[in-house]
Structure formats: C-alpha cells, structure tokens
Design a binder for this molecule. Structure first.
Ligand code: GDP
Ligand code: GDP
Length: 438
C-alpha cells in the first residue's frame, strides 16, 4: 500500500531540517543505505504507532537563488499542497509571527489540506511562553510548541499528524491494475513513452509555475493486463515554462514512486547515465518498489553489434546498488521493445509480491549455512536459528540469530543471493531484517 506523504514547510532558519532529522532519527525505518541518496536527505520513512508515512523536508529541495524568498516559499507550499496528505508548518518562537508566515499560512488555509502549526525553538519545559499565543493569529488553529533540538513536543505533533492520515491498520485488497511510475530526468522521453502506450498524443496543457496541477493517471489495458501509468511532473508538458518548475519536480516524482508498484527508471541512451538518475532510482529502491531500467531513444544511437553489450555493462556498474533491476533498451518513438517492457512490468510486479513458505526458507537456510559457514569472531560463531517472511512488496524476511554483530553485511548479502538464486527472484529489492534471540 502506498504511504501517505507529510511535508514540512516554513521559512528558512525556523528549524525545518532540525525537526526533520529529529523525527526521522527517532523513528528511522530505512534499513539500508544507498549510495548517492542518503546525503542531503529530503525524505525519510517515519513510523508512529500504527502509522507509516513519508516525511519530506521541502526546505531541502534545491533552493532557487534568483526567485526571491517569498516566491520560493510559495512554490514549496504549493508543492506540499499538491502532493502531501498533511503539512507541518514550522514557525519560530524567537522570530515571532512574520509577514511571510502569514502569507504562507493563508495559502495553506485556503488549500483545505490538514496543517499542524508548529512553533519551534520553545526550548524550556514548563508553562508555554505567552508569545506562543500570538501564533493563533495565523488562523491555523492550535500552535504546537516544539523544541526540535531537544525533541520536546515532537510526540504531540506526530500524534496530531496521524489523526489526519488514513487508517492503515486494515489490509487493502490488491487492485488487479498494476500502477506504474515512469521516472527520470527531464527530456529522457517519459511522456513520449506514455503517449506511445496510450496510442495517441494526449491533450497537453501548459501550466503556469505554481498553479495547482491535478494528477492525471492513464489507464491502459492490453494483452499483457491492466495498468495505470501514474502522472509525474515530467509526464505533463509544461509548454516552455522556465525550468524553475523542474526543480520542484523531485517531490512529485517521489510521490509518484510512492503510489506505484513498478518503477520504470528511464535513461536517455544518447546522453547516458547521470548522478541524478541514481537519485530517483535510489528512492524507488529504498521504498521497495519493483524496478526496471529502460534505456530510451535506442533508435537514435549509432550502434554496432557490441554497443548494447557495452552500454549494459556500464549501466550494471552505475546501478550496482540495484543489480536486480532488468535493463531494457527501448524507443518510445518507434515503439521498439515496448511490448517486452510490458512483459517485464508484469514479471517484476509478480516478483515484488513473491511469498515463500517458512519451511522452504528454512531448507534454504540449512543448505546455505552448510555450504558457507557463518562468520565467527573470538570463538563465537553466528547461528541463524530461523527465518520467515513477514511481508511482500518488497519480499521482507526476518532472520533470528544469536548475534547481530556477527551477521556481517557480506553474509546478509550471501543469504539474499541464495534467496534470489533459489526463487529466480529478479526485478525487486529484498529486505532482510536481523533479530537477536538469546
Ligand atoms: P531550516 O532552514 O528551517 O531547515 O532551519 P535549520 O534546521 O537549519 O535550523 C536553523 C537554526 O535554528 C540552526 O542553527 C538550528 O540549530 C536552530 N534550531 C533549530 N531548531 C531549534 C530549536 O528547537 N531550538 C533552538 N534553540 N534552536 C533551534
Ligand atoms: P520527458 O520530459 O521525459 O517527458 O521527455 P519527452 O517525452 O518530452 O521527450 C523529450 C524529447 O525526446 C522529445 O523531443 C521527444 O520527441 C524525444 N524522444 C522521446 N523518446 C524518444 C525516442 O525513443 N527516440 C528519439 N529519437 N527521440 C525521443
């Protein structure tokens, strides 16, 4: 099920990133690091009681130097309104209520999105300072005093946020439509692919920067099944709006990934791989989505019989953190291998939902540990007692063992590879959680 998004909005220096780190640090659910994505983190998984959500710090979204601070803030706020289920609006007790706060508050209020008003830098415990009450003037209801540095008050805002989020305790029945997000840098050909798939040039609407864009998803039914292509910022043509909008598309693609079961990570064959490609891909990986790397504009590449093999090799290296993702060379223009892409989407989606019985897993474990002895240190050897699958999308396994320390990353990798080999698992991340038991 897709996670709701909660966005943090507010002026510079009010403490957004401090609050973000506090909330993420406390409830960090991400289990692994992906190169290239963990630096300057803009988003993180948050867990609070029965709720899971994705927290996004809009303050971290590449600041636009020349836009002027108010415009920048408005764009951030608009982005949060468009993509988030709930918003944390952060203000600063020491600075008091500023005109910019009032401006943004007004925007948020008119949007009708649930907003929790945070008054940060209330460091002293005890009776709330009188200045706190000034913040009622923003018209966003009760101000919540918080000290992001110390963590005071964060429980209250998490609780309030969760009241606004959908109830996640019930299992939602799975749709027979596969949700697909085509993600990638501008101009790699995302909308061309969707247009090709839809078999028509869609009506394309130019959007003004900062106006509300309703997401438009596209239903596709063909001999491979039923699919929904999720709209991402890049899928809509913005006419020739200045590229300021593009800077804000990061969060939109994150939101699209969140809603998708399968992510098609699109690369432009004529320009090759860039750092930015690994960022979006890393996000899909971390969120446990089935992934395919699609190298588009294959028609425009001058090639001989070795070109594909060479490019594949290079990409395998670039995407080594998601070695499970199949790589396919397509052309959205001519339709080359788009059929095959649909086959792959179906396939990786089923892999993402793989379920393995505990009996089979433990046979595998017995064989794996017999073949390669678990690591030991100072006479103590890792013992893995038992392994079981706790969830799908992505397949997630728990290993109970005598010592977490001894369960080195390389041995985890080995177990993961054994699972992949045994079940032919491809196209999906796999998670292995380690639990100690005395
Ligand atoms: P952002 O620009 O909104 O992301 O703000 P930052 O998180 O970078 O914080 C701006 C400054 O305020 C930094 O110097 C922080 O250490 C400080 N700060 C953030 N939260 C608190 C707080 O709860 N109490 C105090 N005293 N300082 C804080
Ligand atoms: P988006 O920004 O990722 O949605 O990219 P577009 O779909 O708008 O494509 C950007 C440009 O690349 C357009 O000029 C397309 O005509 C061109 N393009 C897209 N796919 C292909 C392809 O498969 N082959 C070639 N030669 N050009 C393509």
């Amino acid at each position: 099920m897709s996670k709701p998004i909660v966005a943090i909005v507010g002026r510079p220096n009010v403490g957004k990133s401090t609050l973000f780190n506090k909330l993420i640090g406390q409830r960090l659910a991400i289990v692994e690091d992906t190169p290239g994505v963990t630096r300057d983190r803009l988003y993180g998984n948050c867990e609070w009681q029965n709720h899971n959500f994705l927290l996004v710090d809009t303050g971290g979204i590449e600041p636009s130097v020349d836009d002027g601070i108010l415009l920048h803030m408005r764009q951030q706020a608009q982005l949060a309104i468009d993509t988030a289920q709930a918003i944390l609006f952060v203000t600063d007790l020491r600075a008091g209520v500023t005109a910019q706060d009032a401006d943004i508050a007004n925007m948020l209020m008119r949007s009708g999105k649930p907003v929790v008003l945070v008054v940060n830098k209330v460091d002293s415990l005890g009776a709330p300072p009188l200045e706190l009450y000034d913040f009622y003037s923003l018209g966003l209801g009760e101000p919540y005093p918080v000290s992001s540095v110390h963590g005071h008050g964060t429980g209250d805002i998490l609780e309030k946020i969760c009241e606004y989020l959908p109830d996640q305790s019930e299992e939602v029945e799975e749709d027979d439509r596969i949700t697909v997000a085509v993600i990638g840098r501008p101009n790699v050909g995302k909308s061309s692919l969707v247009n090709y798939v839809l078999g028509e040039e869609r009506m394309i609407v130019a959007n003004e920067a900062g106006t509300t864009r309703d997401a438009v998803d596209s239903d596709v039914e063909n001999r491979y099944g039923k699919f929904v292509f999720i709209d991402t910022a890049g899928l809509r043509k913005r006419g020739k709006v200045e590229d300021g909008v593009e800077r804000y598309s990061v969060l939109r693609s994150l939101a699209a990934v969140e809603r998708a079961r399968v992510c098609v990570i699109m690369i432009d064959a004529t320009t090759g791989f860039t750092e930015q490609d690994s960022k979006v891909a890393g996000f899909a990986h971390e969120q446990g989505k089935a992934c395919i790397v699609a190298v588009n504009k294959w028609d425009a590449v001058e090639k001989d019989d070795k070109t594909m093999q060479e490019m594949r090799k290079k990409l395998e290296n670039d995407f080594s953190f998601m070695a499970y993702a199949p790589i396919i060379f397509i052309s959205a223009k001519t339709g080359q291998r788009v059929d095959r892409l649909f086959e792959l989407i179906k396939y990786v989606d089923s892999q993402n939902a793989l379920r393995v019985t505990t009996g089979v897993l433990n046979d595998l474990l017995a064989r794996a540990t017999a073949r390669v002895q678990p690591p030991s240190d100072k006479g103590k050897r890792l013992k893995i007692y038992y392994m079981t699958q706790i969830s799908t999308r992505p397949p997630t396994f728990v290993c109970f063992c005598n010592s977490k320390q001894l369960f080195h990353f390389s041995y985890q990798r080995y177990i993961e590879n054994q699972i992949r080999e045994t079940f032919g698992l491809e196209g999906t991340p796999v998670r292995i959680l380690i639990r100690e038991r005395g």
